[in-house]
Design a protein around this ligand. Structure first.
Ligand SMILES: Nc1nc2c(ncn2[C@@H]2O[C@H](COP(=O)(O)OP(=O)(O)O)[C@@H](O)[C@H]2O)c(=O)[nH]1
Ligand SMILES: [Mg+2]
Length: 424
């Protein structure tokens, strides 16, 4: 169940629908099966449960399966799309007899499931620990106040919460230290990570703009041998067959989230680390979203923050998605603008498929721009150079003759330059 509470006094009109839709999108991002969604209007925020008691009671019937389920609740997880205090969270769990996750908790789940690099995982762990610790601290003060008790730090009188807190504090220190190490050796890690023999195309953009739909449409074809490289590791990377016959890897990244809680910004940026490594970034936009201009600004600002600044024009294609939802006149404006953009903007619909072929062609053109197709003959003893070419280029033909190995290889300009130096 996903509940989006809003204060009656702060109504944003139709924007609220979009916020609820975003929360549902976030829940689906960790594979929750959403059976009930609801916008709840609040007169005020109740300290005990946030929501009013009537609403809490009504929803508990929904959770129990419309009131007829005595045993297990039908709903296993209730997402409350707002910040909840630890007390509110606990009271709702008691009233609803199911797990309750607030907005920050949900986002942390997504990041944890999707962080790929070591730095990403550490940043997410740090954010999780900090979140947990703040919960314990506040729960603890709450309990202390109730009991009016005294406390002894450490020693035999130590309470469970105090020792939990101390352990979390120690882990935070350890994670911070490790993060420092990772950052110092980041350059080395990058080189070591760069083992994928295909160019990587990353899809970025706000949640619900259609990244996953586009990802599935573009890579829908049968399962590839290349996929097996990733399948077990990562369901968000798949082989992409380009019109030129070239293969790339398409990567579906963590979506941008409106009003990202401040304490999660570092973790979010770290989950986008891989985007910096990508050969090409496809910025998926929702052409029908009223905030699409602001969203674009946010995305570009973050891409600049994580280090994509200078090369942004070279490495970015804008996929204007959901054009099927636009009125004809508005759609025409976007099509005209795109036609003048020289493949920098591609209007499309991931649902109907319109424009998806053009996106594939644009990706292809961008990836092969400046590439060279070279033919080399190498001695059988020169296994190192053969291996280097397989690692850094795309071997399109190979013939093992008696005297030599003849290779036809496609190399991008940077690797072509390195290869020339290698030969000298
Ligand atoms: N009408 C329309 N809906 C779309 C299109 N692409 C995606 N959607 C819908 O938008 C919602 C979010 O899509 P999803 O791929 O999960 O977005 P993501 O969060 O960016 O991965 C889903 O309900 C999709 O069916 C499109 O081109 N047209
Ligand atoms: Mg998605």
């Amino acid at each position: 169940m996903v509940v989006h509470p809003r204060l009656k006094s702060a109504s944003l009109g139709s924007r609220e629908d979009l916020l609820l839709a975003e929360a549902v999108g976030l829940a689906r991002a960790i594979d929750l099966d959403v059976v009930h969604t609801e916008m709840v209007a609040l007169e005020r925020r109740r300290p005990s449960t946030l929501l009013g008691s009537g609403v809490v009671e009504r929803l508990s019937k929904v959770i129990a399966g419309d009131g007829n389920g005595r045993g297990r609740p039908k709903v296993a997880v209730a997402v409350v799309d707002a910040p909840l205090t630890p007390v509110q969270q606990r009271n709702l769990e008691k009233a609803w007899k199911c797990n309750v996750v607030d907005r920050t908790g949900l986002i942390l789940e997504i990041f944890a499931a999707r962080a790929r690099t070591r730095e990403g995982r550490l940043q997410v762990e740090l954010a999780q620990l900090t979140y947990q610790k703040s919960r314990l601290v506040r729960t603890w003060t709450h309990l202390e106040r109730q009991r009016g008790g005294t406390r002894a730090l450490g020693g035999p009188g130590e309470t469970q919460i105090e020792s939990d807190r101390r352990q979390i504090g120690e882990r935070i220190l350890r994670v911070k230290r490790e993060l420092g190490d990772v950052k110092r050796t980041r350059a080395l890690h990058r080189q070591a990570c760069r083992r994928v023999p295909y160019p990587v195309v990353a899809l970025v953009g706000y949640t619900n703009t259609g990244k996953s739909t586009l990802f599935n449409r573009l890579t829908r074809a049968d399962v590839h041998v290349e996929d097996q490289l990733f399948a077990t590791l990562d369901p968000t990377m798949r082989a992409l067959d380009l019109p030129s016959g070239r293969t790339a890897i398409l990567s579906d990244t963590v979506g941008f989230i409106s009003g990202l809680p401040h304490e999660l910004v570092n973790a979010f940026h770290a989950t986008l680390e891989e985007v910096v490594e990508a050969d090409l970034v496809v910025h998926v936009r929702d052409a029908a979203h009223p905030d699409r201009a602001a969203q674009k600004g946010d995305v570009l600002a973050v891409l600049r923050d994580i280090g994509l600044g200078g090369a942004i024009d070279e490495t970015l294609i804008e996929a204007m998605n959901k054009i099927d939802l636009l009125p004809a006149a508005e759609k025409q404006v976007i099509l005209n603008r795109a036609a003048r953009s020289n493949t920098a903007v591609v209007p499309l619909s991931a649902v109907t498929g319109e424009g998806c072929g053009r996106l594939m062609a644009a990706i292809d053109e961008r990836l092969t721009r400046g590439d060279r197709l070279i033919e080399v003959s190498l001695k059988h003893s020169d296994g190192a150079t053969v291996a280097w070419l397989y690692d850094h280029g795309e071997v399109v033909a190979r013939e093992d003759a008696a005297d030599a190995i003849h290779l036809k290889v496609r190399l991008d300009p940077a690797h072509w330059e390195r290869f020339r130096q290698r030969l000298q």
